[in-house]
Design a protein around this ligand. Structure first.
Ligand code: G16
Length: 544
């Protein structure tokens, strides 16, 4: 077949280094950019097959999100804007690891297993972040698409959630919105303006927000968005990429893990700030109090504020819809207690990776899902959206219920339901704070986080660690979980778990306890256990 000849010819321009093995991880392939050219070409091929199979547009995003500048990666987006389905993650790994001479066989294997009609048209949307390697790597994706005769649309620089949004708009024939960057800003910003317009007397301080753009794509896109909400939101943008290095001592991952403000941002005590990550699908908020103490409002606090607002507004609207909050093992114990015991909402725990949380959230009328690292969004079932719409347009609805229904409608429109989105989450949180007349300090006071610590341990092969129970318990290597259990018992309100990262070559260690001192000691002790029992490399972890 001519198509396969073209694949052969083109793939020789994107050769795989012999013996290199990479896995489709938590959010796609991710490693040093110099190993990724063949992966990108092959993901162009796979996206084309996925498009033929689903008869829909598929997305390919070239980004390594929170990883350092020298890394890159690729995320595949399914027709409704969600992460690609797990079965196809398996195909991605097979295709990525086929040696050069076996590529056609691996490709034909997918075609056969999925019974793909090769004469079906294919459409692929491609986006990229601001890394210096992204331009040539996204060209490799486009080459892969064209080698299999697919059509592609290159959006150029986009945030990851913007690409997810475009794919969903395209495949819903515009029902979700217009598949353009302006369409995205218009939809979200109009909803934001509607949400905040009823709030009178907002001072300039209340409208003001410091944004750390992580020196990445989020900074460019916040800048583009700003003009749509000039009167309603005043942004001071830092780490906009003009001088600093991507994700270096800044961005959501740095702020969350280090529990300190990013460098490159100048604020006064008490002022509201937020940080995006390198592809703008995560956001965390924070402020420093007059005593100089740093306060982080992470994904757990974001989920709590959003679900409180939704619950109150549903009550005002007189709508009986079931809300659940989906978290991962990283969720602070205090947040889970608050949600379950005080707010009385259903809480679910899944494995790390928004694909898992997204899936769990789909089971409820309204599913609020957030990872503690600030990656998350809200999903509304079709039935929930319809009930809200009917209430809003019913002429017999009284004023209070109508106001609440309209708030819910605009809330739905400000949210990017396809995936976590820093811009959309930022607008939603700003709107909720305005509507509730709340300061960031009052939001922070809803509950008090347990002290917590995240560490990384280098091991020879992180796959020796296997976990169960939504990653809360390690089943291998032998003896590790027993050791963690006995360490945890030494401290009050303590909890700890370990898991191999799916985006970096490290094992992650999480600990929380009643005091920061015991948390740090526990995190260190568990790190040592990982180092000793799971094949640590380099120096032994040192106490904090
Ligand atoms: C990705 C995933 C997140 C995950 C994070 C860290 O985020 O989308 O769901 O929490 O990686 O994953 P891991 O602990 O396996 O390294 P991002 O923002 O880097 O794409």
């Amino acid at each position: 077949m001519a198509q396969f000849q073209e694949v052969s010819k083109q793939s020789s321009l994107h050769p795989k280094p012999a013996g290199l093995v990479l896995q489709y991880g938590t959010a796609g392939f991710r490693t040093n950019a110099k190993h990724l050219d063949h992966i990108m070409f092959r993901m162009g091929l796979l996206a084309t097959l996925r498009s033929k199979k689903t008869k829909a547009t598929i997305g390919v995003m070239v980004t390594a999100s929170h990883n350092p500048e020298e890394d890159n990666g690729v995320k595949l987006v399914d027709p409704m804007g969600e992460m690609v389905t797990p079965a196809w993650e398996g195909y991605a790994t097979q295709l990525a690891n086929a040696e050069q001479e076996d590529l056609l066989t691996a490709l034909k294997d997918v075609i056969e297993k999925e019974a793909i009609n090769m004469s079906q048209e294919a459409n692929v949307f491609v986006g990229k972040d601001t890394r210096s390697s992204s331009a040539s790597l996204s060209q490799a994706v486009l080459d892969g698409v064209s080698a299999l005769g697919g059509h592609s649309k290159d959006y150029g620089l986009l945030t990851t959630p913007q690409l997810h949004y475009m794919v969903c708009c395209q495949n819903t024939q515009g029902k979700y919105g217009e598949a353009t960057v302006d369409g995205y800003y218009n939809k979200l910003c109009q909803a934001f303006i509607q949400l905040t317009k009823s709030v009178s007397n907002r001072t300039d301080d209340q409208k003001h927000l410091y944004v750390d753009g992580a020196n990445g794509i989020g900074a460019l896109k916040v800048h583009e968005m700003e003009r749509h909400v000039k009167r309603e939101l005043q942004i001071s943008l830092f780490n906009d990429g003009t001088k600093g290095k991507l994700n270096y001592e800044c961005g959501a991952d740095f702020v969350k893990v280090q529990q300190e403000p990013p460098t490159g941002i100048e604020t006064n005590a008490g002022e509201r700030c937020c940080s995006f990550d390198g592809d703008a699908d995560r956001i965390v908020f924070y402020y420093t109090d007059p005593e100089g103490q740093f306060h982080l409002l992470d994904g757990d606090k974001i989920a709590t504020l959003i679900s409180t607002f939704l619950k109150e507004t549903l009550t005002q609207a007189g709508l009986d819809l079931k809300i659940a909050v989906v978290q991962t093992a990283y969720a602070n114990g205090s947040s889970t207690h608050y949600l379950e015991d005080t707010m009385k909402v259903i809480v679910r725990c899944t494995k790390t990776g928004v694909k898992h949380l997204h899936h769990a959230a789909q089971e409820f009328d309204i599913g609020v899902y957030f990872e503690a690292n600030g990656h998350g969004t809200v999903l509304f079932s079709k039935e929930a959206e319809e009930k809200i719409q009917q209430l809003a347009k019913n002429p017999n609805t009284d004023d209070q219920r109508k106001r609440a229904a309209l708030l819910l409608q605009n809330t739905i429109n400000v949210i990017n339901q396809t995936v976590g989105d820093a811009i959309s989450d930022m607008l939603l949180i700003e709107a909720i704070l305005a509507i509730k007349g709340m300061t960031i300090q009052q939001w922070d006071a809803i509950y008090t986080d347990l002290p917590n610590r995240q560490l990384k341990v280098k091991v020879a092969d992180r796959r020796v660690i296997d976990t169960t129970d939504a990653e809360r318990r390690a089943v291998s290597p032998a003896g590790l979980q027993e050791t963690i259990d006995s360490l945890v018992k030494k401290y009050r309100l303590a909890r700890s778990f370990v898991r191999p990262s799916g985006t970096e070559d490290v094992v992650r260690v999480y600990a929380e306890a009643e005091t920061q001192e015991s948390t740090d000691t526990l995190a260190h002790e568990v790190s040592l256990a990982v180092y000793r029992l799971a094949g640590g490399v380099g120096d032994e972890p040192k106490p904090l």
